[in-house]
Design a protein around this ligand. Structure first.
Ligand code: MN
Length: 210
């Protein structure tokens, strides 16, 4: 039987203090080394139990493994996307003309997209994420509960924002809205554009700006 490949904590491409003052060094460090590491450990532990079950150890509760695997693996994957779509804050943090034109085409305007995404983030009940994803060339804002609920099948994430309390509470206390509004300064639009090109551009000129 093929051994199941384990996951590992990705290194950040910036320092823990790089996102200040929007996200403090303390929050980034805890978030990456404790929370994300916890999802990595949880994923690997569930994959290990799955291997045991397949090898014949039927004392392992398969239903519980699969439930926890979905939670932890999606937690790991969502955080990996999240770190990559942020960079040091910029006051006038605008995407390229291509991204703006694409957003305009689908959402009516960049402002409308930001409004939908911000409202999704501010309105998540309990713990979750706002996600801009694209499915069959249709970009959609999704509100993901926990890490794994309410996804649209086949939708590829382009931009994600963690609104679990651990992502902002030490910096913003109960003011999640302030955190979401400040997040726009951090968005690494180059990463978003790269993800658009990877998932949505065919061989024609459809991504050359319209
Ligand atoms: Mn998180």
């Amino acid at each position: 039987m093929v051994e199941i490949k384990k996951v590992s904590l990705p290194k950040l491409s910036y320092d823990y203090n790089a996102l200040e003052p929007v996200i403090s060094e303390k929050v980034m460090k805890l978030h990456h080394t404790k929370h994300h590491q916890g999802y990595v450990n949880g994923t690997n532990s569930m994959l290990g139990l799955l291997e045991k079950h397949r090898a014949g150890d039927k004392s392992v509760d398969l239903g519980s493994i699969l439930t926890k695997l979905s939670f932890h693996m999606n937690g790991h994957l969502m955080h990996s996307l999240f770190w990559e779509n942020m960079r040091a804050p910029r006051e006038n943090n605008s995407p390229s003309k291509e991204v703006i034109s694409r957003m305009k085409q689908h959402f009516g305007s960049m402002e409308q997209f930001k409004k939908e995404f911000s409202e999704a983030a501010k309105g998540v009940e309990g713990s979750g994420w706002a996600v801009l994803a694209v499915r069959d060339k249709l970009p959609l804002v999704m509100q993901v509960r926990n890490h794994q609920l309410m996804h649209i099948v086949g939708a590829k994430p382009l931009l994600v924002l963690d609104v679990w309390e651990h992502a902002y509470y030490l910096d913003y206390e109960n003011r999640r809205g302030d955190f979401v509004d400040a997040f726009w300064k951090l968005v690494d639009w180059d990463t978003v554009e790269k993800r658009i090109k990877e998932c949505c551009c065919g061989t024609d000129n459809e991504c050359k700006g319209q």
